[in-house]
Every structure is written in C-alpha cells, then in structure tokens.
Write a protein that binds this ligand. Structure first.
Ligand code: GLU
Length: 313
C-alpha cells in the first residue's frame, strides 16, 4: 500500500480559509510608523513545490514589507563575496534575545551572535557596502532578489524606508556600538541607509516563495536550472535559519513547525521544506517575539498536513 500524498492545492486553500476565519491576529509592528498602518486582516500563503508548481491562497499576490526576510538574501550575497571569512564578522549561534537587543553586543565585544538579529544583519550589509556606493550596494541586493524571483517588478517601498530612517534609533545605537569596536567598515549612516532600504523591499508571498526556491533545491533555481549557490552553502543557510530565524522564538518555531524559516516584522515568514517546497506566508499581526502570529500557525498546519517537518513524521 502506498502512502497517500495530500493534495497541496487543497491544503493551501483550506489553511487560507481557516486563517481568514480566525480572530486572534496579533498586533502589527508599531515602532515603524508606516508598518503600523497596514490592515491586519490580510493573510496570504504561497507554496512552490519541487517541480515548480505554485499553490496559493488568500492575499498571496499583495506585496508587503519583507523586512528581516531580506537578511536571508544579504547573507547569501555576502557569503558569495566573502566565503567563510564572513564568519569572522558575525557568529552563527542563536541569540535567545529580542531582535534589537544591545545587551549581548556589549558582552561579546561588538560581534553579533548571528546574521539574522538586527546587529548581525547590519554587519552583513556593511560588508556588502564595502567598496561600493550605497546606491550600488542596494542595486546589487535588489537585482539579486529580482533574479532569484525571476521578476523585475520587485521594488523598494520608499515610504517604509523613510519611515524607518526617521525612527530607527535602536538600529542606529546598535550600528554605532559596533562601529566603536571596529566591526563596521563604512560610515554608520551609509550602512544604515542600505539596511533600511533592503528591509523595505516589498514582495508578495508568491514572489517571495519564487525567490526562495534555490534554498529548497540545494542551491539550484529549478526553472532555469542555474546553480545559484553550492548545495553545501544552501544547507548551511537553512541551518542558520532553523536555529536563528525567529529571534528568541526560534526554538518554539522549530518545535511547532519543524522547518528552517525567517520572519520579518512586516508579518512575513519565508520557510523551506528541503527538497520539497519553498513557502511564504504573510499576516501582519505579530506575537510577543515579533514573529507573525497567524503566519506561524499556518506554517504549523501546513508542515503537519504535508508531513514536511525535517524532524520526521
Ligand atoms: N527593519 C526592521 C528593524 O531593523 C527589521 C526587523 C525585523 O523584521 O524583524 O528593526
């Protein structure tokens, strides 16, 4: 007797319907004023399977602010440019701290725990900026995302970038603090300018799931057949997502969902079922750790119904 493979289209549309009906939605991020204006009732889910078929549900075509999910793309780019030397600048251990914590940085002489907390991501962006003008560095990041998603329409939401630039006092503190330890090479305001703009890239769930296909397929873009990065590197990026992708909610996410993933305060979560699917979910309301409340619940349901947890059935 063969095992019954659940129908992905059906599962995705069921989950989208279930999430739409829920009233517990978490709270939208308020510390970036432009994000506080987003309608919290939206929900989108997109899954691209190993053969390139897309299953979408809800508001999967509405662009949202990817925020910290951009850190997966900048990490990939910086690893391409610097290889393992990158790990001299930033660690790869879970932080167990909030995304914008400064306490750990002091104890560890300005070297951030991992590339997905804000300090670590700012250090990675600083590496990408070195030797370039901010405009060029940002162009490189945006072109890379467009290339991965195979979609030239992806753009930056300037209002979100300006909003964060005006109010990003915590990130400015983190960056200045790292600069004092010599961890950043470029002027703080330039590095932060690139960082705020990369976070303000707007993508739909569909575009995000498309962009992440290479991580589900051992570094290969399944539609072009191009090897974007080596399989070993894809595996390692997935490992860092699993252990560090959800700030101090990373353990809970691994426990409940069982997939590598990266969240953003715009309410998006990108996740990978290795060898099986690239997944993006979006619901703007966040839980206490700053991760999408319904996004996590939807991914838990998806992973369970499709039997995709990397830890077994
Ligand atoms: N741009 C946001 C910040 O730096 C990203 C945080 C997040 O998405 O978790 O505060």
């Amino acid at each position: 007797m063969g095992t019954i493979v659940p129908d992905l289209d059906l599962v995705v549309s069921e989950i989208a319907d279930e999430m739409r009906a829920r009233t517990d939605r978490g709270a939208v991020a308020h510390y970036i004023p432009e994000l506080a204006r987003v309608d919290a009732s939206q929900f989108g889910l997109a899954v691209i399977d190993a053969d390139g078929n897309a299953a979408v549900g809800g508001d999967a075509d509405i662009p949202f602010s990817i925020q910290s999910i951009s850190k997966v793309f900048t990490l990939t780019l910086a690893l391409g440019r610097y290889g393992d030397r990158l790990w001299r600048r930033v660690g790869r251990e879970p932080s167990g701290s909030p995304f914008n914590s400064i306490v750990q940085l002091e104890r560890e002489q300005g070297v951030p725990r991992n590339p997905f907390i804000n300090a670590g991501a700012i250090a990675v962006t600083d590496l990408i900026l070195s030797g370039h003008q901010p405009r060029e560095a940002l162009g490189e990041i945006l072109s890379f995302v467009r290339f991965l998603a195979d979609d030239e329409t992806i753009s930056i939401d300037e209002a979100v970038a300006a909003s964060e630039q005006r109010t990003g006092f915590r990130n400015a503190a983190l960056a200045n603090y790292m600069k004092s330890f010599g961890v950043l090479e470029n002027p703080v305001e330039l590095t932060l300018g690139v960082y705020f703009h990369q976070c303000a890239i707007a993508m739909s769930c569909k575009q995000l799931a498309m962009a992440g296909r290479f991580l589900a397929k051992s570094g290969r873009n399944p539609s072009t057949g191009l090897q974007v990065i080596q399989p070993e590197r894809a595996r390692r990026i997935n490992a860092v997502m699993l252990t560090c992708g959800h700030y101090d909610g990373s353990g809970e996410f691994a426990y409940r969902v069982g997939l590598p993933g990266k969240s953003g305060v715009g309410g998006g979560i990108f996740a990978v079922a290795p060898g099986k699917a690239s997944i993006a979910v979006w619901s703007p309301g966040l839980d206490a750790a700053g991760n999408s409340h319904l996004g996590r619940i939807a991914l838990e349901a998806l992973s369970k119904r499709m039997n995709w947890s990397i830890f077994g059935a």
